[in-house]
Design a binder for this molecule. Structure first.
Ligand code: M6R
Length: 361
């Protein structure tokens, strides 16, 4: 069932253009946004997004979208903190739970805490028959198909896609997005399957870079704006399956501590599309290079042209409009983790100490 792939994870990474195309056909047909009527954001006063692990990083990206498209205050939290903190909630609030399995114990407990306290509970899930899907007011399936690799890949990008369409609906419901802007964002989302296919062609060059990364003790990931949570996700993916210590940081945080770790043995992976904040990220990257850190710059043609001097390696991604770049750049982040693990000879699909579904706390 691996369809010629060595690992389920490799197969699931490669499936993403098809998975996203399926989800797009459902949620974003040519006729416009297709979301349930009851998912109405007009009277909501805040959104809480709650999840664990990779699903939490999907929530962290979505915070940028809900805030910028709908101008609605958003809080994000890992479920294990949310449930015990017993946060005050608004009767006009919406809580969104994101879970591939729909069975994660902490996320389910967080949902049960919210019952009767908020206006709407919503789940973004892969398993439509799961406990979380059954217990929310509105369940939105991500339609990614069964995910077997313990390291979540296609579920992450499909979660992002569904959250992106939700954020666009929120912007429309609240009159914060005008027709042309909405249409432009929809077009960008619809272009993702094609762009992802182009990104998947980086498989071979990434496999080569991974031979070097596999030697590292520590690896840092940097990103800004919606690419910051992607840096966190890239680091999580890498540590889960290659067992190399990795951390993600917001580029601007570098000089507040982590720069002390940089020397010539530390690869620093910079995820930086040529966007509004590109120059800021480049100056952080230059601080790394001044301390002899090995910079791997993932950017587009314009970004590489402007800033590749002095970097150790480059990955060229196609251009994409700023808000949705994390969906595209997830592909090289996943491939870097995958090939580094393969180069180290670890058990990619069943990494040590991890379970696919964490049903105990
Ligand atoms: O099934 P869930 O999405 O609720 O699972 C959440 C996390 O356990 C999961 O994303 C975990 O972090 C993955 N191993 C990440 O690759």
């Amino acid at each position: 069932e691996k369809a010629g792939y060595k690992h389920f994870m490799g197969k699931e990474i490669a499936e993403q253009p098809v998975v996203l195309a399926d989800a797009l056909r459902h949620y974003l047909p040519q006729t416009g946004l297709n979301m349930p009527e009851e998912l109405d954001f007009s009277n909501i006063d805040r959104i809480s997004l709650v999840a664990c692990g990779t699903a939490f990083y999907a929530c962290s990206v979505a915070k940028y979208w809900f805030e910028s498209f709908a101008r609605i205050p958003v809080e994000i939290d890992v479920a294990s903190e949310f449930r015990y903190r017993e946060p005050p909630l608004s009767e006009r609030g919406m809580t969104i739970f994101v879970s591939q399995s729909g069975e994660t114990a902490d996320t389910l407990a967080a949902l049960r805490y919210c019952h009767e306290k908020v206006a709407k509970t919503v789940a973004v899930v892969n398993v439509p028959t799961s406990s979380i899907a059954r217990e929310v007011d509105i369940a939105l399936p991500i339609m990614a198909g069964v995910e077997i690799g313990v390291a979540s890949t296609k579920a992450f990008t499909a979660q992002l896609l569904v959250l992106a369409v939700m954020a666009l609906k929120a912007g429309r419901d609240r009159d914060q997005l005008d027709g042309p802007d909405l249409a432009c964002h929809c077009d960008t989302l619809r272009s993702l399957p094609g762009l992802m296919n182009t990104a998947l062609a980086l498989d071979a060059p990434i496999a080569e870079l991974a031979e070097h990364l596999a030697e590292a003790q520590d690896i840092l990931f940097l990103g800004r704006g919606p690419m910051y949570p992607l840096a966190l996700e890239g680091a999580l993916k890498l540590k889960e399956i290659s067992y190399i210590h990795a951390e993600g940081y917001a580029s601007g945080e570098l000089k507040h501590g982590p720069i002390a770790l940089i020397d010539r043995t530390v690869p620093v992976i910079v995820m930086a599309p040529f966007d509004r904040l590109f120059d800021k990220t480049v100056s952080n990257m230059q601080e790394v290079m001044a301390r002899h850190g090995m910079v791997l710059l993932a950017s587009d043609a314009k970004g590489l042209k402007a800033a590749q001097d002095g970097t150790w390696a480059q990955l060229q991604l196609p251009e994409i409009a700023e808000p949705f770049a994390p969906i595209l750049y997830a592909v090289p982040a996943q491939l870097l983790a995958y090939h580094t693990a393969v180069a180290k000879g670890t058990d990619v699909d069943q990494p040590r100490n991890l379970a696919k579904s964490v049903t105990v706390e």
